[in-house]
Design a protein around this ligand. Structure first.
Ligand code: AMP
Ligand code: MN
Ligand code: MN
Ligand code: MN
Length: 285
């Protein structure tokens, strides 16, 4: 039997819309056998997700998606199969959440100056006391009639050069990899085709990542086109990285990324779940 791996997903602990238990149930129902929960800069959803995995009939890989600043860009690095009790990891994530909290107040101030009051309070309410993401600002601006869609809010307000943009001051790449290593996890570059960079810059990132102990990159992602998948498969192969596969599911409201619908890894990729460091009983035959 083919094992269906989905190694990138979000819950209410960050900017997803399902509780960890509901996410795990939905993944199981969609035919996913191995699911990684990888919330942004927090591991708070993992305990609930692990508890639900048995009843849902799937294997839960504890993960995290770490926000990294690299050469003035924001990059996301997944830590797969981490020990969430690792103090080094938790200290690092806690620092990122401190920046996140400050950034949220700053986004709110800037939107207020641009004529949109109440966005900070609105985003905090939508985040339900957990991490505040730009996604929550986008949801609030849609709900309050300032834009038609979350995608439109990002384009008009939350990206570089727009009124609510605040530059990221996230982890350094070497620090993120150090925290993941301390927690016994496998570092994987998330959605590499989505970063605004040339092929040669991407190869520089991948090379640096590898030198620092990085092992994998997502080849199949919910946001990769067929061309992206082929390009990333070629990049992973030539740079000597393992290939990962993850939906980046955030909830049923984003119908373009669903659970259990991902393409297979292209032939010739070496999957991250065949790594020596992958939990042994999860290797597919
Ligand atoms: P943050 O980590 O708070 O800066 O928020 C980043 C998150 O915003 C990503 O993980 C996505 O879930 C979401 N996001 C980023 N860009 C877009 C976009 N153009 N449209 C919709 N969601 C986006
Ligand atoms: Mn997100
Ligand atoms: Mn991401
Ligand atoms: Mn993600």
């Amino acid at each position: 039997m083919m094992i269906q791996h989905d190694l990138h997903s979000h819950s209410l602990a960050s900017d997803g819309t399902l509780s960890p238990a509901d996410l795990v149930r939905a993944a199981g129902d969609a035919g996913v056998n191995v699911l990684a929960l990888t919330d942004h800069d927090t591991t708070d959803g993992l305990e609930e997700a692990v508890r639900q995995a048995g009843p849902a009939g799937l294997r839960l890989i504890p993960g995290v998606e770490i926000s990294v600043s690299w050469e003035s860009l924001t990059i996301h690095i997944l830590g797969l199969n981490i020990d969430p009790h690792c103090e080094v990891l938790q200290a690092g994530l806690s620092g990122l959440r401190t920046f996140r909290d400050w950034r949220a107040t700053e986004i709110g101030r800037r939107l207020e100056r641009a004529g949109i009051p109440g966005a900070y309070a609105g985003a905090c309410e939508l985040s339900r006391g957990r991490i505040v993401s730009r996604t929550h600002f986008a949801q609030y601006l849609v709900a309050s009639g300032h834009a038609r869609s979350v995608a439109q809010v990002f384009k008009r307000f939350l990206v570089h050069g727009k009124p609510g943009y605040v530059a990221g001051q996230w982890a350094r790449l070497e620090d993120a990899l150090g925290w993941i290593a301390a927690a016994g996890g496998l570092p994987v570059i998330a959605h590499p085709a989505r970063y605004p960079m040339t092929g040669s810059k991407l190869r520089r990132l991948v090379g640096e990542f590898r030198e620092l102990g990085g092992v994998g990159m997502e080849v199949v992602s919910g946001c990769h086109s067929r061309d992206d998948i082929n390009a990333m498969a070629g990049c992973a192969r030539s740079m000597g990285l393992l290939a990962s596969r993850g939906s980046d599911y955030h909830g049923p409201e984003n119908p373009w990324v669903q659970l259990g619908q991902l393409a297979e890894l292209p032939v010739g990729c070496r999957p991250v779940w065949e790594s020596e460091d992958w939990p042994v009983n999860q290797r597919s035959s």
